[in-house]
Design a protein around this ligand. Structure first.
Ligand code: ZN
Length: 308
């Protein structure tokens, strides 16, 4: 059954059966651009994917009940939509790494055609001569660029509820019926990406957009390409990972290539630095920063010693 509810801002459709999925895929198939986000507890291959949210530029929001439908939702058409390339459907996301990891490793869906606004925001700061080593969260970006009070209130309420649930170790994304507040929160997370994109795209040339789009492909792969995820701190941190924007991972180089022993991505040896915790452990610039901030030096030392 698909139920529609309409707040003043969005038309939200809740979809929890196969017929509803098929109908919504028909509607979404007409859109050149969609905004996508997943919700779940510890969203990643190691957590759950309970709700998939998709918005259109017309403020139509589709919330797919993945906790109920599971793989059926993807078989009924979501897989094709999410795997389509950018020329068919561009997918706006804000930090696609965990979403792409969960989609691939739980549901065998290889998200493609992503334009990641978290990376576009980095280019936006770079063009203004600001520092770019930190990634910015969606809440901060909405406050900085979009300035929509109503959206900010919905977002703040949702974040409070999420924080409370984490303390109690409860998965609020799997509770049914999902509260109207959380539905609104899901809707904001996707619908807000259209105005955000519009602002961030201003004064970006073709070269900027090429960097972001190629970076978005690498960002989609960043977590999901690991056979086994590294120690969480090395890949899940607030820094912009190296080699995402502008640069390819090392290929066809005659220089010696080594794996960073933190994130286990490949770098030219000259780009790596020796760990301060463990002799002969080599780290990329980002993992070196992670190591310096480490709260749990004991387990980090153990990881570095065990890694190849
Ligand atoms: Zn690294």
């Amino acid at each position: 059954m698909a139920t529609a509810s309409s707040s003043s801002s969005y038309k939200i459709t809740w979809i929890n059966d196969v017929a509803g999925v098929k109908q919504s895929i028909k509607d979404l198939g007409r859109e050149k651009e969609i905004a996508v986000d997943c919700e779940g507890m510890n969203l990643s291959r190691e957590g759950t994917l309970d709700i998939l949210s998709i918005a259109t530029r017309h403020r139509d929001v589709y919330l797919f009940d993945i906790a109920k439908l599971g793989a059926l939702a993807f078989e009924a058409g979501l897989k094709g939509l999410l795997e389509s390339d950018r020329t068919t459907h561009t997918k706006l996301l804000y930090d696609c790494r965990n979403d792409a990891d969960a989609l691939l490793h739980i549901y065998d869906v290889k998200l493609a055609g992503v334009l990641d606004l978290q990376l576009l925001e980095v280019i936006h700061r770079r063009n203004r001569g600001q520092r770019i080593e930190y990634l910015r969260g969606l809440k901060k970006s909405l406050e900085t660029y979009v300035n929509d009070r109503k959206m900010e209130i919905i977002k703040r309420k949702g974040i409070n509820e999420i924080e409370e649930s984490k303390k109690k170790d409860v998965n609020i994304w799997a509770a049914r019926p999902l509260s109207d507040e959380l539905k609104e929160y899901c809707a904001v997370d996707v619908a807000a990406l259209f105005p955000l994109q519009k602002i961030l795209k201003k004064r970006k040339d073709a070269e900027d957009m090429k960097i972001v789009l190629e970076g978005s492909e690498r960002f989609s792969d960043y977590f999901r390409s690991y056979e086994v995820l590294p120690m969480k701190e090395f890949i899940w941190n607030p820094f912009l990972p190296q080699k995402i924007l502008r640069f390819n991972f090392i290929r066809n180089t005659t220089e010696e290539v080594k794996k960073c022993q933190g994130c286990r991505k490949e770098f030219r040896k000259a780009e790596l630095k020796i760990s301060c915790l463990a002799q002969q452990a080599w780290l990329c610039g980002v993992c070196k920063k992670v190591e310096i901030r480490a709260k749990d030096a004991v387990s980090m030392l153990k990881w570095l010693k065990e890694s190849v």
